[in-house]
Design a protein around this ligand. Structure first.
Ligand code: DAH
Length: 339
């Protein structure tokens, strides 16, 4: 008789252990512990036992019964916990903010990343440089010695008590830093923030972005420079964009030039944006001056190179038809939301 009870308890426990999600717990309870359930039927069989035996088995049966009831209570609690968790299920991969509340990249960052990808595809690496730069790298190493009148072209912010430090006026100093660090041959671009003491207006801002480029190798010529400019122009302004290079003085290149693209608005016909010329100036460029190569530790007898500096803020203004440079750093959401 005892073994029958034990057997029943085992079957009951196995049933609970193997519980499938959809199974009704009450049904199982009735089947085993209900008034007409397995346990009740087994207990009825005890009536045929002799008094002594019935007493002993009765005690045993009660222990089995409370064991089974405890087992059931446990299963019931587990089911309740899993139901609570199911109700509170949380997808941790879900975006935290609703889509319309999320920010996006600034137009300058967008254009920077686009150009980084383009130049990376041409084998250029992307470098950073310090925004608080030494007077030496910002000017002297770029063939602009302390007394050179070219310093007047870029009025700068200096740091009180540190006459040899300047908020960099251009990304060009990273040309020399890059050559000193990586030597030649080298292909590098440097997008970054620059500063000038400007009286600000729609075309001038004291804080702006440039994208510097430098390629040094054997047998580099201006054709390579033109090729790069054309790639960038077509990438940004479409396959119909034309480019031209015209002479311009920069102390750190020889010869130096300005790069222009056909006006995106009038396609070269002449309009307000291009001041009726049909062309827009987008970069300064040239063949790297031997003095600059030497400052970078590169032998100008063995290597040549070209360098260029895009006005990134200006490119972004052209690409997105933004007519006031001051909007770029203004932080006005009504402006930023348009990109
Ligand atoms: N740094 C110059 C500027 O801010 C732009 C420039 C001109 C960069 C010629 C160059 C270059 O690398 O070769 O006006």
């Amino acid at each position: 008789m005892k073994s029958k009870f034990e057997e029943l308890k085992k079957t009951f426990e196995a049933t609970l252990a193997d519980l499938k999600d959809g199974v009704d717990l009450e049904e199982i309870k009735n089947k085993f512990l209900g008034r007409k359930g397995h346990l009740a039927l087994l207990m009825k069989e005890m009536a045929e036992l002799a008094d002594d035996e019935r007493k002993e088995i009765g005690k045993f049966a009660n222990v089995i019964k409370s064991g089974m009831e405890a087992g059931f209570a446990k299963a019931e609690a587990a089911r309740r916990v899993s139901q609570v968790f199911e109700g509170e299920w949380l997808d941790v991969t879900e975006p935290i903010f609703p889509a319309e509340g999320r920010g996006h990249l600034h137009p300058i960052t967008q254009i920077t990343e686009e150009l980084e990808d383009l130049f990376a595809s041409m084998g250029f690496m992307v470098l950073d440089g310090p925004e608080l730069e030494s007077d030496f790298y910002n000017f002297t190493a770029l063939n602009i010695p302390p007394t050179h009148p070219a310093r007047d072209m870029q009025d700068s912010f200096y740091i009180k008590g540190h006459p040899d430090q300047v908020m960099r006026t251009q990304t060009s100093p990273v040309q020399v830093r890059a050559m000193q660090k990586y030597g030649a041959p080298i292909r590098v671009i440097v997008p970054g923030r620059c500063f000038r003491n400007e009286a600000t207006d729609a075309r001038h801002e004291h804080t702006f972005y440039q994208l510097e480029g430098l390629m040094v190798d054997k047998d580099i010529n201006l054709g390579h420079m033109k090729g790069v400019l054309e790639e960038v122009a077509k990438h940004l302004f479409g396959p119909a964009a034309k480019t031209r290079l015209r002479p311009k003085f920069y102390p750190f290149v020889e010869p130096g030039m300005r790069g222009e693209v056909t006006c995106f608005l009038c396609q070269g016909q002449g309009c307000r944006v291009c001041k009726k010329t049909g062309w827009l100036e987008v970069l300064g460029a040239g063949l790297v001056h031997p003095t600059v190569l030497k400052e970078g530790g590169v032998d100008p007898e063995k290597y040549q190179g070209f360098a260029f500096g895009f006005g990134l803020s200006r490119l972004a203004m052209l690409k997105y038809a933004i007519d006031d440079a001051r909007l770029m750093q203004g932080g006005d959401e009504r402006f930023l939301k348009q990109f």
